[in-house]
Design a protein around this ligand. Structure first.
Ligand SMILES: Cc1cc2nc3c(=O)[nH]c(=O)nc-3n(C[C@H](O)[C@H](O)[C@H](O)COP(=O)(O)OP(=O)(O)OC[C@H]3O[C@@H](n4cnc5c(N)ncnc54)[C@H](O)[C@@H]3O)c2cc1C
Length: 404
């Protein structure tokens, strides 16, 4: 009897219900357990608004994802489990030698759900787990998913209260901050516990999170949550633990506030399926024709040569590092949509390719939000990039850091 763990964006051995279930199956049945990882799609995306195909995944993101898999592969080898990288989708991969059971973590977005449907259609027994969200679908959709964030947050905060998740094990290793993103689960956990600690930078998170330059301005947990090196429940628990230890801390509470944004977009994507990726997003179709994308505008924007110093710094940073702060992302996206008047999906597709922390639900959900076709009570979010630069980069250090 053979069991297979289909590794997705849940690349960790700690606090992973999917891996726990696969291990339990192995010890109960004595069956042979193996694991397989399917890399992100690299085939170009053709968008009707854009004259050329856009890359799906940059080399840097592919390399980062491969490094995460490599770390997990080595860790699994110590458990006697062989993990391999697939060269095609999972449904095709398992056809030649079908296992008796496949364990996997549910994805949030449309393509991930389609991949799951394809695997289930093989007739192999599948066991899916929600190992990358705080909530289960039942909790998220109880009484319907609110159309905007604030009622969602209030409902979840009332549901979860101040109780830590009981099914999460605490990290006991040495704590140390890491930047740039590591591909190793243990280092990601060490970073989490160092950043969110009684004397860690997380004590100033709410005040500093709009900073764009310093590594400790924000948690830098996004890639670990996106690739699944950390369970969001572990981050949540760590916040609660330190909040309690210091007698309450609004600065750290705000990390949980932002985690709930992530959570919200996960369930929005789960419910919206392909609708999130339409040019009119979650709204009614716009009778006006969809604007065509300009190649020139795309080149200027992606190369950081638009003439707007804040946007240019942000876009150069993205190209060089695969990361931007949330403040930089908001400005870069708003500028593309509302100043350059370009199709939002082309910008979203470029971010998809470039971001090391790319997450379908968070990326497309945020882009749709700024374009005014997502979950925003306002018709659209246009950022005044000059005012934003004055407010969040008053001394110009961020713009200077990324000047050519
Ligand atoms: C246009 C645009 C595209 C984005 N694309 C992505 C993406 O592909 N992947 C991704 O993880 N985040 C995305 N974000 C959200 C956010 O910008 C990043 O999560 C954040 O900048 C990562 O840095 P951090 O971990 O230090 O964040 P922190 O400020 O420390 O936040 C803590 C965690 O909360 C979550 N979070 C914070 N803000 C948001 C938000 N607005 N939406 C969803 N989750 C949030 C993230 O998991 C983050 O790691 C996008 C935002 C915008 C405006």
């Amino acid at each position: 009897m053979k069991g297979l763990w289909w590794i997705r964006d849940d690349q960790r051995l700690n606090n992973n219900p999917t891996w726990e279930a696969a291990k339990a199956w192995q010890s109960e049945t004595g069956g042979a357990l193996s694991a397989v990882w399917v890399p992100s799609r690299t085939t170009p995306a053709n968008l009707i608004e854009y004259p050329d195909a856009l890359p799906r995944t940059s080399e840097a993101r592919s390399a980062y994802e491969s490094a995460c898999f490599e770390g997990l592969r080595k860790a699994l080898a110590q458990h006697g489990v062989v993990a391999v990288r697939a060269s095609e989708d999972l449904a095709s991969t398992v056809k030649a030698s079908p296992p008796s059971v496949i364990f996997f973590t549910h994805g949030a977005a449309h393509e991930e759900q389609e991949d799951e449907a394809a695997v289930k259609s093989t007739g192999i027994r599948c066991q899916g787990y929600h190992s990358r969200t705080l909530l289960t679908p039942r909790q998220a959709f109880d009484r319907g998913l609110p159309p905007t964030y604030t009622p969602f947050r209030k409902r979840v905060e009332a549901l979860l209260g101040d109780h830590p998740f009981e099914d999460i094990e605490r990290f006991e290793g040495p704590q140390a901050p890491t930047w740039p993103f590591t591909s190793l689960e243990a280092e990601a956990r060490a970073h989490l516990y160092a950043y969110i600690s009684e004397d860690g930078a997380g004590r100033h998170y709410k005040t500093r999170r709009n900073g764009m330059l310093q590594s400790l301005d924000s948690t830098k947990l996004s890639a670990y949550l996106s690739r699944g090196l950390l369970h969001p429940k572990e981050v949540w628990n760590r916040c609660l633990e330190v909040e309690e230890a210091v007698g309450g801390c609004e600065e750290i509470y705000w990390i949980r506030f932002e985690l709930l944004w992530r959570e919200y977009f996960q369930w929005v994507a789960y419910e919206a399926k392909g609708q999130l990726f339409r040019s009119h997003g979650l709204k009614q179709p716009d009778p006006r024709p969809t604007p065509k994308g300009s190649r020139k505008a795309f080149e200027l924007w992606t190369e950081g040569r638009t003439g707007d110093p804040l946007v240019d710094a942000a876009m150069r940073e993205l190209k060089a590092t695969g990361y931007q702060s949330n403040r930089a992302r908001q400005n870069a996206a708003s500028y593309w949509i509302h100043d350059l008047k370009q199709p939002w999906r082309v910008g979203a597709a470029y971010f998809e390719a470039m971001l090391l922390d790319y997450d379908a639900a968070s990326n497309w959900g945020n882009w749709a939000y700024i374009a005014g076709v997502g979950n925003d009570p306002r018709p659209f979010r246009k950022f005044n990039t000059h005012k934003q630069a004055e407010q969040y980069d008053a001394d110009g250090s961020y713009r200077d850091a990324w000047r050519t």
